[in-house]
Design a protein. Structure first.
Length: 819
């Protein structure tokens, strides 16, 4: 990437803002090296790592890396052979590596995992449990070497304690002695040059034999070491020197533990650096409400709801800056698109309308994406990978180089042309400005055409009407304009594609306070041609807006019709499937019962045969013995039993088929009427009803008429016809036994409730009902939200609202269906 483009687009400020989220000096230093990449695979990998970091922070709250402020000094000292770190530095280093270990172990145990990229980074952390335990055992929380740091140190300090007690007792004898206390200036023992002394009056110097180690500022007191304590003091000094030597030895030993594992320490610190860098990028993403854009391998450039990060309060606060004057609290989202065959976008519009900000936004978000950073834009944003990004923005006048504003712009463009490598993005602000308008306009058109021919993406801003016309009439070039309020001429910062826009120089000058007489004079000087052109442009803009509104309305209605058509098609298919399933189920039930009835009839026949054989045998026996023959009553009993068995089977079969049909809810029971074809269930034959009485019917069967009980007849659903019999199935929708105007869903889970709503709406659509109340109660609100979302998305629902307070309030959702 060209350095001047990075500077003009202020990429360094983004880097600074990201680095401000680092928890360690190592992470901050690494983030300051951030730069745009040009390899698509590397860019995708870095973006995925940032996304993973965001997910980790959202699920787990972050890392607790505890880095000392003077970490660089500690690492410098640890690299010096035979140098012992101070107890404070050892404790800080120990705490730091422990926090790194905890962070890395936490990745494996954290919520929302797995985190493959972060886990791979965490594998670089070495185990420092032994070293940290050793340090905490030998150093106390105050940064002092503990007595048990070594046996030698314990012995030395024990001897020191005894010697100091002996010395203190000796000196205190001078304080208590009547012969010596009177010579003392103060009744205390103090220390001078590392030796314990008495404070003696100057005039009594010779009263106590000893060594003078100095005097007070007034000269009235002397600091005297009695001769009797010299040997004790000498011994204490010697032991203190031995103590310091042993402390240095212990500290050197503790320092050497890290020094011996220099490669492990480097790996651990590198792990901390990478983890910290990822969490800082993720924290920046969350603070700016950014997301990962789609990196595409074609030339589509689409930024949806894009915002310039350096206009966002969260970023400015990190940089310690204030928002620009006249800026809103947050930048207005911008939609910017360049899709093949379009290669160039010319942006127009009023002054201070947002053209330059749009240019910078596009360039900066491209650089951020290629640096592995999330961008403040919609998730549907798509960006290609550019090898070079160039920008010519602002006043390039240079007195040192003897360049005018125009010359500075041309010098930049010459550099772009020389260093251009595809794919490339070129940003040109106020192209062709700074010179004769006619020549500048021609040069601007030629430059855009030149870079297009070389295959680059071009985004340019202009106020020039010729360039607007060029964009409107040239294939591969699109024009877009920032809008303005027609009443106040204030910019809306909304970009409208296909619009040539107006600069509104006179209107904006008036809004900013320029004297009205000057505005009137300028209006007259502008000339009739320019005025007419401006009026035509206004009319064209109004026509364009009306056409856009009409197009949007038609698209919306087309979408609604398509959704309704799809829904009806699915509903028809579903009903057909349901009908087929019900018919098949009914058929299966009837077939099963027929088989069962046949078995029962076979059983009755078998029983009859056995009874008949038995009766015949008995009759033969009676005849042989000349007994009285069998009575007709016995034959009648057999006939009655047979009739009862067949009637029972018929009733059972009739009841079963009726229940099966009723259970399906779709096939209604045909009525028996004169002329109807019926089936005699007791005989299994069909006939035609000729006449009917209260409980009987006269049925014609094969030309013969029989009186048969109505309960033994079953209508087939067909009427007698002289033509050939047809097999018909009539499907009837059963009457609703409950009201359709409301549905109680209290106590149901979301999935079950939505399923019931779908079935209920199916029934409502078959009726004249157009308003339905869904009762779900208050609860946690989860069921209410799910029902509301489902109804809002339903293509046949016109309006969704909560009931009035007196009718249930937020515990009831009311849906109004379309006509």
């Amino acid at each position: 990437m060209h350095a001047s483009a990075l500077n003009l687009l202020e990429f360094d400020k983004i880097v600074e803002a990201v680095a401000s989220y680092a928890l360690t000096p190592l992470g901050a230093a690494n983030l300051h090296k951030l730069h745009p990449l040009t390899d698509e695979g590397s860019i995708r990998r870095e973006l995925a790592i940032t996304t993973e970091g965001v997910r980790f922070l959202e699920e787990n709250g972050g890392f607790e890396l505890q880095s000392p402020r003077d970490l660089d000094q500690i690492l410098h000292e640890i690299a010096i052979e035979s140098h012992a770190l101070s107890p404070t530095h050892l404790l800080q280093l120990s705490t730091f590596v422990e926090s790194i270990e905890r962070a890395c172990k936490g990745l494996a145990e954290s919520k929302g995992g797995p985190y493959p990229a972060l886990s791979t980074i965490a594998k670089g952390c070495a185990n420092w449990e032994r070293e940290c335990t050793e340090i905490h055992e030998k150093l106390d929380i105050n940064g002092q070497v503990a007595d048990n740091a070594s046996p030698e140190l314990r012995t030395i300090r024990s001897r020191l304690g005894r010697q100091r007690n002996r010395l203190r007792g000796n000196l205190e004898s001078y304080l208590r002695g009547r012969d010596t206390a009177k010579y003392l200036q103060e009744n205390i023992v103090t220390e001078r040059d590392g030796r314990f002394v008495l404070v003696v009056r100057s005039e009594h110097r010779a009263a106590i034999p000893g060594i003078v180690h100095g005097s007070s500022s007034s000269g009235a007191s002397l600091f005297l070491e009695p001769l009797s304590t010299v040997d004790l003091n000498n011994e204490i000094v010697r032991l203190e020197e031995k103590e310091q030597d042993e402390i240095r030895r212990v500290l050197l030993l503790l320092s050497s533990m890290f020094r011996r594992r220099a490669s492990d320490l480097r790996r651990t610190l590198l792990t901390a650096t990478e983890v910290d860098s990822v969490q800082a990028r993720a924290a920046f993403s969350r603070a700016t409400e950014s997301c990962e854009p789609r990196v595409v391998n074609n030339q589509d450039l689409e930024l949806k709801a894009a915002r310039h990060p350096l206009l966002m309060k969260s970023v400015l606060d990190r940089l310690g800056q204030s928002p620009p004057e006249r800026s809103s609290v947050e930048p207005v989202p911008l939609n910017l698109t360049i899709n093949p065959p379009t290669q160039a976008l010319i942006v127009t519009g009023p002054n201070t309308g947002g053209k330059t900000v749009a240019l910078k936004t596009a360039g900066l978000l491209v650089l951020m994406t290629q640096a592995g950073l999330h961008i403040p834009a919609g998730r549907e944003s798509r960006l290609p990978v550019f090898r070079t990004v160039f920008a010519d923005i602002g006043d390039e006048q240079s007195l040192a180089s003897n360049l005018s504003t125009f010359s500075g712009h041309i010098a930049n463009i010459v550099t772009m042309d020389r260093l251009l490598a595809l794919p490339a993005l070129i940003l040109l602000d106020e192209i062709g400005a700074g010179t004769d308008p006619v020549e500048g306009s021609a040069l601007g058109r030629a430059m855009i055409g030149h870079f297009r021919e070389r295959g680059a993406h071009v985004i340019a801003t202009t106020h020039d009407d010729s360039l607007k016309s060029y964009a409107a009439t040239t294939a591969g070039v699109t024009c877009a304009a920032f809008g303005f309020d027609p009443d106040t001429f204030a910019p809306t910062y909304r970009l409208a594609y296909g619009s040539t826009g107006r600069s509104l120089a006179l209107e904006i000058a008036g809004r900013l306070g320029l004297d009205s007489s000057v505005i009137e004079a300028a209006t007259k000087l502008r000339g009739n041609r320019e005025t007419q052109l401006a009026d035509h442009l206004d009319q064209l803009e109004q026509d364009r807006q009306q056409l856009n509104e009409l197009r949007d309305t038609l698209r919306r209605k087309e979408t609604e019709l398509a959704q309704r058509s799809t829904w009806l098609s699915k509903r028809e298919t579903k009903l057909q499937q349901l009908e087929q399933q019900n018919l098949e189920s009914l058929k299966e039930t009837l077939n099963t019962r027929v088989l069962s009835a046949r078995k029962e009839i076979d059983g009755v026949i078998s029983t009859l045969r056995n009874r008949a054989t038995s009766l015949e045998r008995r009759a033969t026996q009676r005849a042989a013995t000349q007994e009285k023959p069998l009575s007709t009553g016995e034959h009648g009993t057999l006939r009655a039993e047979t009739h009862a068995a067949l009637t029972k089977i018929a009733d059972s079969f009739r009841n079963t088929t009726a229940v099966a049909a009723t259970a399906q809810g779709l096939v209604s029971e045909p009525k028996i009427s004169i002329g109807a074809l019926v089936k005699v269930t007791t005989l299994g034959i069909e006939g035609t009803v000729v006449s009917m009485r209260k409980a009987d019917a006269e049925v014609e069967i094969d030309g013969k008429r029989l009186q048969i009980a109505l309960k033994s007849l079953r209508a087939t659903g067909q009427m007698y016809s002289s033509s050939e019999k047809r097999s018909n199935v009539e499907i009837h929708v059963k009457d609703q036994k409950h009201s359709l105007d409301e549905l109680n869903l209290i106590g149901y889970r979301v999935d079950d409730a939505l399923s019931r709503i779908e079935k209920h709406l199916d029934q409502v659509l078959m009726s004249e009902q157009r308003t339905v109340r869904f009762i779900h109660g208050h609860g946690t609100g989860q069921l209410r939200q799910a029902i509301g979302g489902y109804l809002q998305a339903h293509p046949l629902i016109k309006q969704v609202s909560l009931a009035p307070p007196e009718e249930g309030g937020s515990g009831v959702t009311i849906a109004e269906l379309r006509d």
